[in-house]
Design a protein around this ligand. Structure first.
Ligand code: NCD
Length: 304
């Protein structure tokens, strides 16, 4: 599971349908610990994470896998070991499932060529974050019953966002209309080629949309000043009740987290239970990751 780009609609639908069954299982408080019994899942995180790492851990445990978390601060990566040496070590330990987050775009693909384990990309640089797009799609589909023909505005720091890229691929593949909204300095130059409409003004970009997906301003990936002050950014591109009024009256608000409150989103909107799906996204994250582990381990089982 390296990227959404290249996936076909039936594959995405099958993944979401299976995840849907895991939502019900999780809500019932049951587990299915036989499914991955005896399997080893390693969480290899070279970048910070709260939601993604924890939800992969929970997903693995609920399906009965042995889960090991490897944080970079405690690994030999700090002693200068390369990604591929680390991969070789993990391979020798007979890992079945490897979840990797890394600052370099392409790191997950590289690793997948070097290890026997099934590799899941939990975010590689500014490239893709496929399980995030799947959980976002599941969240939307459960609320709206479909993805097709919905209009989704992805707003903010699109340039640095792997979440935006994976969502653009998934939503356009599934027949949604996608807009990207943000300042020109935070838009990839060729973004229109991905089949989206580009806006530099929130009022126009949000007009009549069904879903408003906000992105974090990713300062850690900015090598130069691409935005003015945070106050000014909020004034033009931060989502508040006033700007949200331009969307459909029942438009729903999403954010992958972590949020910068008062920078890209106002707390009153983020915490409004009638409009915000942010909590639900986190719940869907566990179910989607269970579905992904389930499907990938079926393949691994066939190779036994
Ligand atoms: C995102 C990420 O790491 O790409 N977070 C997440 O996985 N929920 C988005 C972000 O960091 O802004």
């Amino acid at each position: 599971m390296l990227q959404i780009e290249g996936m076909y609609p039936p594959q995405i639908t099958a993944m979401l349908d299976l995840a849907e069954s895991y939502v019900l299982l999780n809500r019932s408080g049951k587990t299915q610990r036989d499914l991955l019994r005896g399997r080893t899942l390693i969480n290899l995180f070279f970048e910070d994470s709260t939601r993604t790492r924890t939800s992969f851990e929970l997903a693995g445990k609920r399906l009965g896998a042995d889960v090991v978390n490897m944080g970079v601060s405690t690994s030999s990566v700090n002693k200068g070991e390369t990604l591929l040496d680390t991969a070789g070590t993990l391979n020798a330990m007979q890992t079945d499932l490897l979840v990797i987050r890394h600052g370099e775009s392409g790191a997950a693909n590289l690793l997948a060529q070097k290890v026997d384990a099934a590799v899941i990309n939990a975010g590689d640089g500014t490239h893709e974050h496929p399980t995030q797009a799947l959980l976002d799609a599941l969240t939307i589909r459960r609320r709206r019953g479909r993805l097709e023909a919905l209009t989704v505005a992805i707003c903010g720091d699109v340039l640095h966002s792997r979440v935006a890229r994976s969502n653009i691929h998934l939503l356009t593949t599934m027949g949604a209309r996608v807009r990207v909204v943000g300042p020109p300095t935070l838009m990839p130059s060729e973004v229109a080629r991905l089949g989206v409409e580009v806006f530099h003004d929130m009022k126009r970009g949000l007009a009549d949309v069904d879903i408003v997906m906000m992105l974090r301003l990713q300062r850690e990936r900015m090598t130069r000043g691409l935005v003015p002050s945070e106050r000014e950014y909020f004034r033009f591109f931060g989502l508040d009740a006033e700007k949200l009024r331009h969307a459909k009256p029942d438009a729903l608000v999403m954010h992958p987290g972590p949020m910068n409150r008062g920078v890209e989103i106002d707390s009153a909107v983020a915490d409004d239970p009638a409009r915000s799906l942010i909590r639900e996204q986190v719940e869907m994250g566990v179910a989607v990751r269970m579905a992904v582990l389930d499907i990938l381990s079926r393949r691994a089982r066939r190779n036994d």
